[in-house]
Structure formats: C-alpha cells, structure tokens
Design a protein around this ligand. Structure first.
Ligand code: ZN
Length: 487
C-alpha cells in the first residue's frame, strides 16, 4: 500500500502511520523543537478477538532512550506515534513511570531484577550485574518457559553487562541492526516455539545517538537544508557536549557539516516514529498469526534523553524528568482491561512483579518493586516516591507526584552544561514548574528535610549484591566513548 504525503511517498506493510499522516494532514514545516505538555489524544477503544485465557507468552520491549513525552499518547502534539497510541488504547498506560537510572546497563539491571542500583551495584555501562540477584528471565526459565533476548548495544552483550542470565537464546548486538530486523528475528523465534510458553526481551537502539532513522523517517519532520551556511544553531551546541563524545570520529562523522539543530532534533523525532511504525508491524504480525490474544506485551524505555533541557543535548546526563520519565505500556490479554490509564507514580522495578503476577509466578524474595495489578484493576496502592541513582554514584533523585528532589554526591565535570557539585541539592515543583527551571531548595527547607529523611530510609537496608565482572573490550570502550559514556 502506498500513500503520497507531501513530497514523500511511503510504502508500508501496514496502514497505521499512513492513516495518521492523512488524518493529520501530513507534517508541518520544521514542526518541533521541544516537548509540549498537552492532554493525551483520546482514542476509541480497540476491539480485539480475545481467547479469554491468559497469555502463555510475554514480550518485553525496551526502547533505549525513548522519552515518554515524545509519544502522542503521552501528550506530544506533533510527533506521530499511532501504533503506540493504538497499543495504549488496547491495554494499560502508566502515565507517570520513572526509570531507576539514566544509563543503559544500570537501568536494565533494575528492570530485570526489580532492584535499585544500590542493591545490584551496577553503576555504569562498563559494569556487570552479579550472579546473586535472580532475574525475571531466570524465573521464567525455572518455570519451564523458553527464553529469548536480542540486544542492540555491545555493552548489553553477555560478557559485558552479564544480563544474559536466564536467557537460553541470546542474540548479540550487531552493527546498525534496526527495529525491523530485530522484530523479524523475534517473530521467527516465536514461530519456532510452536506454541510453547516463552519470555522474550527485545532491546532497540534506534532512538539512541547517533539518531539515524531510515528514509523516509529522516525527512518526516524536516524538509530544509541541514547544511545551510546561513544557519548557525548547531554552533552553540558543540561546546555543551562531553569532549570525549564531540571529539570522537564517529560522532564527528555524524554531525560535522550540519548547521541546523532542528535537523538533528528531527532525526530523534523521526526515529521515534520509525520505531512506532515497526512496533505496529509487530502487533499486526502477532494478530495475523493469532498470537496477540495469548501474548502479553510490555513496552518501556531504560531512560529518556536531553534534547536541550538544562543546556544538554544528545545525552541523558542527570535525573531530570527528560531523562527519567519513560513510557510504560502493557497489553495483558484475558484480563478484560482495555484503555486503562494509571496516573500513580510507578517505577521500572515494578515491571517484574506485575508481569509475574499476571502469569502466576512468584517473584524472587527481596525485590524492590510491587505488583501494579491493584492499580490496573482500578483500585489503589499507597503513594510511592520513585528512587533514581545516577551513573558513577554522582547523583540521587526522588520523584513524588508533586516534587522532584536531587542530591549531588560528588564533584564531576564530564558534562560541561551540568557539572555535579558535591552536596548540592535541587528541588522542583512539577505542578508549577514542569520543566524544572526554578530550584526551590533554598526556599523550601521543610520539603528538603522530608526528602533527606526519605533518602536515608531508602539507603538503609540496601541489599548490596556483589557486582559481576565485566569484560570490556577496547572496541566496546571506543563505542561507549562515542556515545558520551566515560569512566
Ligand atoms: Zn540506554
């Protein structure tokens, strides 16, 4: 099927994106610079043929670096994510989910174990999860499920992050493997299971730097000349970047000669729409193979991305909402719940107990997350404050439904725009100041005292598992430096 949209003709195997393009009158010229807070798009409920039974398969998709507020179902007014929107209307959408870290391996370690960083002790992409914690894959494997993982960053390979624990079939990172090839591999593996129960994890890197969505997505949100010599907006960005990143040949190859910041931002936006489109293709494939009615699907991210917030670009330094507010969408067939929206604060560590309760498996002892089923069923849970820790033990954060509290733990100047300063505290009123621009830490000592006490409670009784031994090759180190990660 081919639709003409402006001067872009798009061939798709499914029509969700094209339909949205037609309904919205195609894209605007240079349409977007920053996330917009807006009411979510209201979609009609989707009717699916349901078997009425619970799933015997679970797919977990982690989209690296995907900000919640860049999905239209979370309120973005211009970026097109019709597949995620459709998925949200099918199942459950958690509007206020926060990651435990803003770095890949530490955050994924928390997703897989339902432990905070201070428990599993993975504080950078150069480190490995130890063998002590029980992963969700190990729980599924012990219950007789087939287990599969596919990753798209070398630091998630088994010998580096040690996140392959419990996965019988592990597909290593491959250079520039896109979401389309990743989902194709997943679907083939699922087909090979012949109906046997399974747990599958797919990690996508399409939205991470260097943002390079394939055509036509690279031009969806930008149709000018990114090399225009009269445009100087990119010149102010280079000094904000970590030097190890901006000096790296692969980073230079990506951005050298680009003069227009809007082009780079449009590549992130295009990558989001590309992943959305491929996710829609996955849903369509599952539905056409009559698998969607017996496969639970959970989509989330490991962290967000700074796209200008607090003077930072193309990194996920810090624990502001731009880097920790992540999407969490779930489809649990047979539960009778469609179009559920949960506004309570939830965390990445809650995914494991929620999925296991749905399947009917007991979670490992000592986990930090809690099952979200009371919220999904329309009930309540005691209010929770999300707990985040930064790579390198540089910063910790607490996020309630009203406030964000940050405490710097050491001095570090890797990120020019946002140096860590030991003992600095930050406090923001999200309701009054959603972009976290007015630091209230000096004015609200009453709240600071409360958050300090909460932080002490969190630190008390940490599990302190021994980390694993990461085998980081010079090649992996080089890739990490090009992405802005340094030790
Ligand atoms: Zn990541």
């Amino acid at each position: 099927m081919t639709y003409a949209c402006g001067h872009v003709s798009v061939s798709h195997k499914h029509a969700w994106l094209c339909l949205a393009l037609l309904l919205t009158g195609c894209r605007e010229r240079k349409p977007h610079q920053a996330a917009k807070a807006a009411d979510p798009i209201t979609l009609p409920p989707v009717t699916l043929s349901e078997a009425g039974d619970k799933a015997n398969g679970v797919i977990l998709v982690t989209v690296d670096t995907l900000r919640a507020d860049y999905l239209s179902c979370y309120g973005h007014t211009r970026i097109l994510t019709p597949s995620f929107d459709r998925f949200a209307s099918m199942g459950v959408m958690f509007r206020n989910t926060f990651s435990q870290a803003s770095t890949t391996t530490p955050s994924h370690s928390s997703i897989m174990t339902s432990l905070y960083l201070q428990d599993h002790n993975v504080y950078s992409n150069f480190e490995a999860l130890g063998d002590g914690p029980t992963t969700i894959a190990e729980t599924f494997k012990a219950a007789g499920y087939g287990t599969y993982a596919l990753v798209n960053m070398s630091h998630l390979n088994p010998e580096v992050g040690n996140l392959a624990q419990g996965f019988q079939h592990f597909v290593r990172s491959a250079n520039m493997r896109r979401a389309s090839a990743s989902f194709d591999d997943l679907l083939k593996w699922i087909g090979d299971q012949n109906g046997k129960p399974f747990f599958a994890w797919v990690h996508l890197a399409d939205v991470h730097t260097p943002y390079r969505p394939p055509p036509p997505y690279d031009r969806f949100y930008y149709d000018e000349d990114e090399h225009d010599p009269n445009e100087t907006s990119m010149a102010k960005i280079w000094p904000t970047l970590p030097k190890e990143m901006s000096d790296h040949p692969s980073f230079q190859a990506w951005l050298s000669g680009i003069t227009d910041l809007d082009f780079v931002l449009a590549q992130y936006q295009g990558a989001v729409t590309y992943v959305d489109d491929e996710f829609g293709r996955l849903l369509d494939a599952l539905e056409s193979q009559k698998l969607l009615s017996r496969t639970a699907v959970v989509v989330t991210a490991d962290h967000g991305e700074s796209l200008g917030e607090h003077g930072m670009y193309f990194v996920h330094t810090g624990l502001y909402d731009s880097t920790t507010h992540i999407p969490l969408l779930a489809w649990f067939p047979g539960d009778g719940r469609h179009g559920v929206q949960v506004r309570d604060i939830v965390e990445s560590v809650d995914i494991l107990p929620t999925v296991l309760e749905y399947i009917g498996l007991l979670p490992p002892e000592g986990i930090r997350g809690r099952s979200l089923w009371p919220l999904i069923r329309g009930g309540s849970l005691p209010a929770k404050t999300a707990f985040m820790e930064h790579a390198g033990r540089s910063l910790v954060g607490l996020r309630s439904d009203r406030y964000a509290y940050l405490k710097h733990l050491r001095n570090s100047y890797i990120q020019p725009s946002y140096p860590f300063t030991r003992d600095r505290e930050e406090l923001y009123d999200i309701q009054e100041d959603p972009h976290q621009l007015r630091d209230l830490s000096k004015d609200r000592q009453d709240l600071i005292a409360q958050f300090r006490a909460e932080l002490e409670r969190r630190r008390h009784g940490k599990l302190d598992f021994a980390p694993g031994k990461a085998e980081v090759t010079p090649e992996t180190t080089d890739v990490l430096r090009s992405l802005g990660y340094v030790q």
